[in-house]
Design a protein around this ligand. Structure first.
Ligand SMILES: Nc1ncnc2c1ncn2[C@@H]1O[C@H](COP(=O)(O)OP(=O)(O)OP(=O)(O)O)[C@@H](O)[C@H]1O
Length: 321
């Protein structure tokens, strides 16, 4: 297995359950050391895609390659960590026993268990049965279990559900640490604000199709959403500088991403305005735009797939701020 191989390669992956098609021709190349946010509405096909990467489901069509291994029917890839949605353990076991079990299963030493218990702040409850754990404690235990064997690919299904804000920040700091060590991470989540600062690329699925893929900068560039610029006494500045009139809309200046640099330069150089607020569209705005476009295409009986560019050698160098 070469370290240069991408962590995940999906080629033309489609799937159906009985008559229902749940994935349509999905393509993905995910480099190592990259965090992918897998987004989509309920029933979009995210968990099905995760299960395919785990080797739990074989696609009806297409190929799945994980860490350089092309998965054949029923084959499970190795070096993967997985945190399922709504994780449940045998609840008469203590937290320490649960982690010891997974450590033994994966050939890890008992010192790794103590290290994770300490790191995840579960020391005070390690000898209590899991049935006495809160949702957040179970989630932390589940995350510790997923990374116990230092995986090269980590899949997290709704990892922050039930976590308090500090625990979510801690989880993402661990994700970033693993990513920096070369682990590829796939996070399936509806908590877009939480994942936004930590993703390298996002894939948006809608009714089993990939609606958008790319870094935040690439998604923004593909989007038709505007940038909003606000400052004091805006009306009087606009009235004195005619080129601003076309951008003025209900008390703000609105422009496209591509016009943003020009407009800022104009405000500073020509108008002497240096104190302004810029609101760029966030991940949730882009997500809502894609979902709305998909719904309106469906209502009109059209098929919606945005222009998606995939890079076969996608790396962190491709991320522009
Ligand atoms: N084992 C199964 N048998 C039949 N249908 C299934 C099965 N698993 C999933 N589906 C269907 O496939 C579609 C996609 O489900 P999936 O769980 O992948 O969606 P999801 O994007 O993860 O949704 P959510 O955000 O609600 O978790 C849904 O319509 C679901 O009902």
């Amino acid at each position: 297995m070469s370290e240069l191989e991408p962590a995940v390669r999906l080629a033309g992956v489609s799937h159906h359950f009985a008559e229902q098609r749940v994935l349509h021709d999905v393509e993905l190349v995910l480099a190592r050391g990259t965090t992918l946010a897998l987004l989509g509405h309920n029933g979009a096909g995210k968990s099905t895609l995760m299960k395919m990467i785990l080797g739990l489901i074989s696609p009806a069509q297409g190929q799945v390659e994980v860490l350089g291994q092309r998965l054949q029917c029923g084959e499970r890839p190795t070096s993967i960590g997985y945190l399922p949605e709504n994780i449940n353990f045998y609840d008469k076991l203590t937290g320490h026993e649960v982690l010891s079990y997974f450590a033994a299963l994966k050939g890890e030493r008992s010192t790794r268990v103590s290290q994770l218990i300490e790191e995840f702040g579960l020391g005070y409850a390690q000898h209590k049965p899991v049935k006495s754990y809160s949702k957040g404690m179970k989630q932390r235990l589940g995350f510790a279990q997923a990374i116990i064997a230092q995986p090269k690919l980590l899949l997290l299904d709704e990892p922050t559900v039930g976590l308090d804000p500090q625990a979510s920040q801690f989880l993402y700091s661990k994700v970033n640490q693993l990513r920096d060590q070369g682990c590829a991470v796939i996070i399936c989540t509806h908590e877009l604000n939480l994942v936004e600062p930590h993703l390298d690329v996002a894939m948006m699925l809608g009714r089993g199709r990939c609606l958008a893929f790319g870094s935040l900068a690439q998604l923004l560039a593909q989007s038709e959403l505007g940038v909003q610029i606000t400052f004091n006494a805006i009306e009087s500045v606009v009235s004195k500088h005619a080129p601003l009139a076309e951008f003025y809309h209900q008390g703000d200046l609105r422009c496209s991403i591509s016009q943003r640099a020009w407009l800022i330069q104009y405000l500073t150089r020509e108008c002497g305005i240096f104190d302004f607020d810029i609101k760029n569209p966030c991940l949730a705005d882009i997500y809502n735009e894609k979902m709305t476009q998909m719904q309106s295409c469906n209502e009109q009986g059209l098929s919606f797939t945005s222009s998606i560019s995939y890079s076969s050698n996608w790396s962190l160098n491709n991320v522009t701020p």
